[in-house]
Write a protein that binds this ligand. Structure first.
Ligand code: SAH
Length: 255
């Protein structure tokens, strides 16, 4: 029999991703917000100042969390920032038409804490423009902090603080609720899901279900649908198998 493994703490499974941040000071404050709540994995996607991690204001505002800043990684794309995660969560004050399922911070944090198979990324947008629709649909959930509807945009590092706090509280509660699904396979990683969408899109174009010159909203709708399920690796492989067959059949018809 397998030895039961001890559940891995949320702090080892949660990554904070800041996308195209303009002000290095906000990065320093975000590092501090994270560390006060026990989190340390910080990834920056293409910050405006490539030297942001060494910026004087960033270092000053990180205060006693300069180790989080020093350990942060800088990557060029959101895809790279999500590598190794099987749940990505976009943070946005604005709801979108083609959005993944929407959560408030608390239920999201409870879900993250309760399921230690989740390796999650919380993705925060740029100070002026937030996250683009394209970035939001890459994520499998959207969290909106239920702020004052007349003024709902928090400072970036304060949004990080709210999420870090909720995640800490949920982790301290130690709720280990059963997932309700019974047996569950390994969840697919973000890169596997991206590869599956590319493959599916290619097959749909080949069988002329999707017109590349007039794609309408087919792919965003499919993304939205699949984001409501938590795709497992095996399921991604099945969908890719279907795409492969469609492509093969089409080639045979052509011959
Ligand atoms: N003007 C931008 C706001 C940027 S604030 C916009 O309209 O989107 C910087 C980042 O902080 C946002 O991209 C988001 O990730 C986070 N944030 C700010 N307020 C938020 C809220 N109420 N709910 C969720 N995330 C929020």
């Amino acid at each position: 029999m397998n030895q039961p493994t001890s559940p891995s703490p949320l702090s080892e499974r949660l990554r904070f991703v800041l996308v195209e941040t303009s002000r290095p000071g906000n990065i320093g404050s975000a590092a501090r917000a994270m560390k006060t709540m026990g989190f340390s994995e910080l990834v920056l996607v293409n910050p405006r100042d490539p030297n942001a991690l060494h910026d004087a204001e960033a270092v000053a505002l990180s205060s006693g969390a300069s180790d989080v800043l020093a350990g942060a990684r800088i990557v060029a794309t959101l895809d790279e920032a999500l590598e190794g995660c099987n749940l990505s969560v976009a943070l946005s004050a604005r709801l979108r038409e083609f959005s993944p399922p929407v959560f408030e911070p608390r239920p999201l944090a409870e879900r993250l804490a309760a399921d230690d198979g989740l390796r999650a990324a919380l993705v925060f947008g740029n100070e002026r423009f937030g996250l683009s629709n394209e970035q939001v649909v890459k994520c499998s959930a959207l969290v909106s902090i239920p702020a004052n509807p007349a003024y709902s945009s928090l400072n970036l590092s304060q949004a990080v603080q709210v999420l870090a706090y909720e995640c800490r509280m949920a982790a301290l509660d130690g709720a280990r609720e059963p997932s309700g699904i019974g047996f569950r396979g390994e969840l697919a990683g973000a890169d596997q899901v991206e590869g599956m969408f590319r493959h599916l899109e290619q097959a749909l174009v080949e069988i002329e279900f999707l017109d590349p010159d007039n794609p309408k909203k087919l792919m965003p709708r499919l993304r939205r649908m699949f984001s409501r399920t938590q795709l497992e690796t095996e399921e991604v492989n099945i969908l890719r198998g279907i795409a492969t067959q469609l492509l093969l059949k089409r080639q045979r018809v052509r011959k």
